[in-house]
Write a protein that binds this ligand. Sequence first.
Ligand code: HAM
Length: 424
Amino acid sequence: MTQLQAVRGTKDYFFKDMLAMRRVFDTAARVAKYYGFSEISTPIIEPIGVFVRSLGESSDVVGKEMYVFEDKGGDKICLRPENTAAVVRAFINNGLQQHSPCKFYYMGPMFRYERPQKGRYRQFHQIGAEILGASEPIIDAEVIAMAWRFLRELGLGDKVQLELNSLGDKESRHGYRQALVDYFTKYTSNLSEDSQRRLISNPLRILDSKDEGDREIIDNAPQFKHYLNAHSQGFLEKLTNYLTKADLPFTLNQRMVRGLDYYCHTAFEFTTTHLGAQGTVLGGGRYDGLVQLMGGGDVAGIGFAGGVERLALLCADDITEERCDIVFCAMGDLAVEKSIAICEKLRQKYAVQINIGNNIKKHLTFANRVRARYALICGDNEIENNKFALKDLDNHSQVEIHSDNLMEYLAQQTQQQEKNAQKK
Ligand code: HAM
């Protein structure tokens, strides 16, 4: 029979890959708590409108990458391609405005029909954070500080850099949009098909184009900074001032416009040169009009999301497989019969695996594979005499020990080991 394969662009995670992902999830949860964020979980399936209205029809995500299907009741459903719009929907539906400012963090799978490659998948995971109901630039600085803290706690402080841009307020964007239309119209026939379409639907998106022909034209396009009005300019200045005062490094990148339409003022991305083409590990920004656009009140918003797979790839070198404390080597029927009761007691404190068989060599091979500290060797004789052979696999010593004294002995050994580690 032919083997069934996973869907293209999806991955199975186990062993080191999974541990690296787990480190990213756990670090995100820990850091989010330092900053007073509480966890939110929204459905993986959403009505397609949640994303079409918010991300914009001209964005790649909505235009090309959404997984959309009709359910049995005829409703148009999609798999969420990102989570900001879903969190905003939840904020509105659940009347959370009364709790403003709301600070949420989340983690989970997202889905985009993109061409798979290293660091780019069709099902991938994000960790993210959103603040709804806070409009001051100091909040932008705090959110960026949190992203920096998260990346530093992952050990990636030296591997990433922060790029920052301002997408201004509505008025500034309006002026800049017109300048881009005037400029790109002169080159219409040289632009890629996608960019020609975007010239009409959303000219800002052209700046995002990866097409080489487009890139040359884009290089001489008007720059956003010349179209920021006084308010937008002031907002950016305050933010950069706060970041500088807090020693949070950044570089301004005029060309970074983010791939989704809901942003205003602050846009930022953390990038790395260690991952090839998929170098953006975390992105975010301010989205003050989004709640209103989705049917809620005039509520400001800002947040970010990090790509868990990309971050996990960056931390992979630091990950070591977890250790098992004890392998219980059951050698004989009586030992097998008693194994669960003995190990349940040990598991109150230690990670224990049971291994069954009469060949001591195979037991020790197994114990080495799971990187066990001890092999607790137990045949039927040992059960009858209430004694075990405890082999320390780190220093290869072996002691015989009465079952009543086992927990105490192990505790003493652990204490000793901790003391030795402290001395080092
Ligand atoms: P985004 O830039 O579309 O922003 O995605 C955030 C991060 O998700 C990216 O920087 C990247 O690391 C990761 N990512 C995106 N697509 C893929 C993929 N196909 N495979 C692997 N990783 C991927 C957002 O999603 C916004 N919701 C962020 C945000 C939150 N803005 C404000 N609040």
